[in-house]
Design a protein around this ligand. Structure first.
Ligand code: SF4
Length: 337
């Protein structure tokens, strides 16, 4: 990224210790390598996202000092983040429209690092990485949705939407936006019921489907002190088989709190529940075992009403409203493991 200072343009190289889907790919972005003879710059910025990459980031900083003065920073160093510049530290397509979070979930570093929720100018992008977009004021959220509507790509909510804050007006917008991916989280037991209610709302709107390009999912945090691979797998499976949405295992701090003797089991679990093919196969199985869940009727419909019940859409699939489709509660009861 070049920075213009009066008449001069500063050439800044950005160095990343590892490549991820979000790493920029322009010519001034360099991933995990030493300087080469022809590398020239006025400044070098080493950006480290993950705590466990700090040693590598610091080694890179030392190596690149021969080229230009180096700054090391990024989320791993508690950088609260300023205004979002598309393409600078995240590949074009990603956007961040707010930083911070009003919640204080245990083990989450966001409130400590970024502080209270603050709104940023809305920059173009289709993959929203805000920590908690739904905690923002309605005017801001609607402006973000308007921006998403104008993008060439279907939106993704990779940063996650807080299930407990999902309201019908968000769902109405989501119906219009047709997101390609929408993530929520099931990190703590208290999040199960809000997640279930949110999935129900989305399923009723047809936003939950088994297809790869139309999948709602929930990240599942695992590996805190006292957690076991068996307990974590149960949580992961409950997301897939009870809610019929995809999941992704998030191993807390890359195993910093896990017992060393369990390390391999945790790695295997992470592999199984981050691999798109393996998670996709489980979702297909879950949808085969049970039709998508529908809202529990408030009252039992009359026989006449049952007889004329129209075909309704639930969870993106056509089904009869009254013949044999179990509710989520019924299905879970029948399939209690
Ligand atoms: S809602 Fe998400 S970002 Fe906010 S504190 Fe909880 S885990 Fe962290």
């Amino acid at each position: 990224m070049s920075v213009r200072v009066e008449q001069f343009v500063l050439r800044t190289l950005r160095i990343f210790p590892r490549r991820t889907n979000a790493t920029p790919d322009d010519e001034l972005a360099i991933v995990n390598r030493m300087p080469e003879l022809w590398n020239e710059a006025d400044t070098v910025q080493v950006s480290v996202t993950f705590e466990w990459d700090k040693p590598r980031g610091e080694a890179l900083a030392e190596q690149w000092q021969v080229v230009a003065p180096v700054e090391v920073g990024g989320p791993a160093y508690g950088d609260p983040g300023g205004e979002f510049v598309p393409g600078q530290f995240l590949r074009h397509g990603y956007t961040i429209t707010s930083r911070g979070c009003p919640n204080k979930c245990p083990r989450c570093k966001v409130p400590e690092r970024e502080g209270a929720l603050r709104l940023l100018p809305i920059r173009d992008g289709h993959d929203v990485l805000d920590n908690n977009l739904l905690a923002c004021q309605r005017k801001h959220i609607e402006a973000v949705f308007q921006m998403l509507k104008k993008q060439k790509h279907r939106p993704k909510f990779t940063g996650g939407l807080e299930a407990a804050r999902l309201r019908p007006w968000h769902v109405e917008w989501l119906l219009r936006l047709k997101p390609e991916t929408l993530w929520m989280a099931y990190d703590r037991p208290g999040e199960w019921e809000p997640l279930r209610a949110a999935v129900r709302m989305l399923a009723d709107a047809g936003i939950v489907a088994p297809h790869r390009k139309k999948r709602t999912g929930a990240y599942v945090l695992m590996g805190w002190r006292g957690d076991t691979p068996e307990a974590a797998e149960k949580r992961l499976r409950s997301v897939i088989y009870e809610l019929q949405i995809k999941t992704q295992a998030m191993w807390l701090d890359n195993g910093a709190e896990s017992r060393p003797e369990d390390a391999q089991a945790w790695r295997d679990l992470r592999k199984r529940y981050t691999d798109a093919a393996s998670v996709g196969a489980m979702i297909a199985e879950a949808w085969q075992q049970c039709p998508p869940f529908r809202s529990v009727p408030r009252t039992e419909p009359s026989a006449a009403a049952k007889a004329r019940a129209p075909v309704r859409i639930s969870g993106g699939r056509k089904q009869s409203a009254n013949v044999g489709t179990p509710t989520l509660e019924e299905w879970v009861r029948q399939n209690a493991r």
